[in-house]
Design a protein around this ligand. Structure first.
Ligand SMILES: CC(C)=CCC/C(C)=C/CC/C(C)=C/CSC[C@H](N)C(=O)O
Length: 426
């Protein structure tokens, strides 16, 4: 993301000097709150979680050091056919992490139950709407996501996709792909007929068709009727991956938080973000938003008498009126957005392939390991390199493994990688 945003001439939004305060909420109420004073926060964290607080930073840095090998591969034009091959090339351990639960992975790494049940759990709830029953690799990415230092793009992260489209010079057809039909040419190589409904057209109007030598899919394939694409003309052995997705509700509220729910009397006692530690709590997280163009005052929290704040709440289902009322006592506006946000993760023995068929590629395969903006750009670059290498028969650049670089550099590399990848704030 760092290179991509530089390439596109995008600016980082001014980083805040702190990440604001954070609270942890369980079904019994708010039980932990960080302070505006860093030293107090560190003391409180050490008091509750002991040395795990320090160890997690080191653990994530080590993971990132291995993870950052992907940039070395991609720099050399090398690509991978499957997510499994890609993870193994970064670090043999990574594949094991996809096979066990997050709970087991962190327990085996020596982290305490309280640390796993509260901090790993709350990170999984806010980042993936899930629990520590997911596989370990996605939980590692999730922990990387809660370490400080996240940054976002000035004007909004959506500028990345928009600028990329402009810079690529590609012709965008706005529509919904309904069918991909394989046709064999005289040489035996497949080509593809892509059928789509142009946006705004009525379903009963004539569909549009275009023929391509090579097709790259960048969409979740979760077997859900809403996004179903029909594949025709393929042999009966052709299998489309079915990766079930997690349906998430994002609720944006301009209003005042109901302080009594969080056991507070004063607005300024309220943390800027509240994460939850039980799947039974009806919301996953709540956080104060800031404008994408500027940094507002201090933590951006409005005084009682001032304007309303804009809050983002993640939930796994549409809230009832009583639930919205429990979170906000005054509301100026409420907007609910539902989408299939990321896979529903569980330990797995099978990770999908980036290749669905000859010359038919699937970027979102990478989401089975972990879904994040950084993962998407890595997946997209991998598919671009793979398609190129296959087209020009550069077979020496496919599924090859480099000897890991000098381990003495690992920690420095990990820190550098941490800086490069943590480019997301939803
Ligand atoms: C293997 C490790 C420790 C790190 C991998 C590097 C990586 C991909 C870091 C990204 C961290 C991050 C910002 C995670 C956010 S979680 C997903 C997010 N909420 C979203 O919806 O995209």
């Amino acid at each position: 993301m760092v290179n991509l945003t530089k390439l596109l001439g995008l600016e980082r939004r001014n980083p805040k000097d702190d990440d604001g305060t954070m609270g942890l909420y369980s079904k019994d109420g708010l039980f932990f709150k960080t302070s505006i004073w860093k030293v107090v926060t560190i003391a409180k964290l050490f008091w509750r979680y002991g040395w795990d607080i320090k160890r997690i930073g080191e653990w994530v840095t080590t993971m990132m050091s291995s993870f950052s090998r992907i940039y070395e591969y991609q720099e050399k034009g090398m690509a991978f056919t499957t997510v499994e091959d890609m993870l193994k090339a970064m670090d043999e351990q990574f594949i094991n992490y996809t096979r066990i639960s997050a709970q087991t992975m962190f327990k085996d790494a020596g982290f305490s139950e309280i640390f796993i049940n509260e901090l790993v759990m709350s990170a999984m709830r806010v980042n993936y709407g899930q629990t520590t029953d997911t596989h370990g690799f996605v939980a590692a990415v999730s922990m990387a996501g809660v370490e400080s230092g996240l940054w976002s793009v000035k004007g909004g992260n959506k500028n990345v996709a928009e600028s990329l489209l402009k810079a690529s010079g590609a012709r965008l057809i706005q529509g919904k792909v309904t069918n991909i039909n394989m046709m064999k040419s005289a040489t035996g190589m497949p080509s593809y007929e892509v059928q789509y409904e142009k946006a705004g057209q009525q379903a009963d109007q004539e569909e549009s068709i275009a023929e391509y030598d090579l097709v790259i899919m960048a969409t979740p394939l979760d077997g859900n009727a809403k996004m179903k694409v029909v594949f025709e003309g393929f042999p009966s052995t052709f299998n489309i991956p079915n990766i079930p997705f997690h349906s998430l509700e994002a609720m944006f509220v301009c209003g005042h938080v109901n302080l009594s729910t969080f056991g507070m009397d004063q607005q300024d006692e309220l943390p800027d973000s509240i994460m939850t530690t039980n799947a039974e709590v009806f919301f996953n997280s709540i956080g104060l938003l800031e404008p994408v163009d500027e940094i507002s005052n201090k933590a951006g929290k409005p005084e009682e008498s001032e304007e309303y704040g804009v809050w983002k709440v993640f939930l796994n289902k549409v809230p009832t009126e009583a639930e919205v009322q429990a979170l906000f006592d005054t509301r100026k506006s409420v907007q609910l957005v539902n989408w299939l946000a990321y896979p529903q993760y569980q330990p797995t023995k099978e990770l999908p392939s980036f290749v669905l068929y000859d010359r038919l590629y699937f970027i979102n395969a990478i989401e089975a390991a972990a879904s994040a903006m950084e993962m998407s750009v890595i997946g997209a670059k991998n598919v671009a390199l793979l398609a190129y290498n296959q087209w020009y028969s550069h077979l020496d650049k496919i599924d090859e493994v480099l000897v890991p670089s000098d381990s003495s550099q690992d920690s420095a590399q990990g820190k550098q990688a941490q800086e490069s990848v943590k480019s997301e704030e939803l």
